[in-house]
Design a protein around this ligand. Structure first.
Ligand SMILES: [Zn+2]
Length: 379
């Protein structure tokens, strides 16, 4: 479903009506607002998403779609306080597109909205956004740069053949072979069982939650052995929403980024854990819906269907990834062995964790060059 709005000031009532249906928090960036084209966009299963094109005034540029991780948003590629990926892509002659898929913290679904699984992202959000962009850019090359769950779900879309003909894919953190640390996986199952009876999402903003609430034990657990006094940082850096994993290397963040972590990463829904747990146990991206015919376009196991991937892939990972560990190196090895015909390369960023590969103050120097080299060789 495509929602119709107009940027015209004369049509205010219609605009207001659409926005209140599922409010998208405004993006935070330092680009000229006139260049940010916010495209009203919804999926065929009736979920409103966010789609933004950065207007370059050049109709010949290759397009690059950026996919955020779960509970993050398109804001992770637009940090005003650093040289971010959108800045770098614009300078290098690309046209950036940003999708806020249904797991975005700019949208309400994680906290109060309709529940979903990663099947929905792979089946609806990514292929329909790609189709929409294609309708706008015609025959120009389209790349995708994807982070974390955005990349994991993209791997399912690719293995299903739902996004054919991409010019190339950069996958950060995890792709077809998800592997979580032992401590993380144990806590994920225990915490999921214990907590789902009382709460349905894990917040990250301690200021909103307050000192005494049902969430207090979670924050207390996250603060153990923490070196930073900020509770939001503790629950993300030290505990990754209570799982015990670490999302970034602390010293890689700019102070301003550190202070707005609660804005960059929203609450994590606990009802997604069963699908994540199944994926983690399979060490592969597996479909959740086995009997619902709406999902039969997705393969039961994306790794088994990887021969369908028809685009070059760069697997990126920080050497210190505390959430997905060496999943990307493993993925490179597995694909080299099982699908040697695929064009898959691997690059490891020394001294980087997970989120800091995009949010880090030095990411433009240490990380984005790998992305540009890959895109530049295939544009
Ligand atoms: Zn901190």
């Amino acid at each position: 479903m495509i929602f119709r709005t107009t940027p015209s000031r004369t049509a205010r009532p219609a605009l207001r009506r659409v926005r209140t249906a599922a409010a998208l928090r405004p993006l935070r960036h330092r680009l000229d607002p006139a260049r940010m084209e916010e495209i009203p966009f919804g999926t065929s299963d009736g979920v409103r998403l966010g789609l933004t094109r950065v207007d370059t005034g050049d109709p010949a540029r290759p397009a690059v779609l950026l996919l955020h991780g779960h509970t993050a948003s398109a804001d992770m590629f637009l940090l005003p306080e650093t040289r971010n990926l959108v800045d770098v892509l614009l300078d290098e002659g690309y046209e950036p597109w940003l999708l806020d898929w249904r797991g975005s913290c700019r949208l309400p679904y994680n906290e109060t909205g309709r529940r979903y699984t990663y099947d929905d992202v792979a089946l609806y959000d990514i292929p329909e956004a790609v189709a929409h962009i294609r309708g706008r850019i015609g025959e120009r090359p389209l790349f995708v740069v994807a982070h974390c769950i955005g990349s994991l779900t993209l791997s399912m879309s690719l293995a299903a053949g739902l996004v054919p003909g991409l010019a190339g894919v950069v996958s950060q953190g995890v792709f077809l072979t998800p592997k979580l640390g032992g401590r993380t996986s144990l806590r994920m199952s225990v915490a999921g069982e214990l907590l789902k009876t009382r709460i349905d999402h894990i917040p990250v903003d301690f200021r909103k939650v307050g000192l005494w609430s049902k969430y207090t034990p979670l924050f207390a657990l996250a603060s153990r052995r923490a070196s930073c006094p900020d509770p939001t940082c503790q629950i993300l850096h030290n505990s990754a929403w209570g799982t015990g994993a670490s999302l970034f290397v602390h010293e890689n963040l700019d102070g301003a980024t550190h202070d707005r972590l609660a804005e960059l990463l929203g609450p994590a829904p606990l009802w997604i854990l069963p699908h994540l747990r199944r994926i983690e146990l399979a060490r592969s991206v597996v479909r959740w819906h086995d009997t619902d015919h709406r999902y039969r376009a997705l393969p039961p196991n994306a790794l088994d269907a990887a021969a369908r991937i028809d685009t070059p892939v760069l697997l990126l990972a920080g050497s210190e990834n505390g959430l997905w560990l060496d999943s990307q190196r493993l993925c490179h090895e597995v694909l080299a062995h099982r699908q040697p015909q695929l064009d898959v390369s691997y690059a490891e960023i020394p001294g980087y964790g997970h989120l800091d590969t995009f949010l880090g103050r030095g990411a433009a120097l240490d990380v984005f060059g790998h992305i540009l080299d890959f895109l530049g060789g295939r544009r």
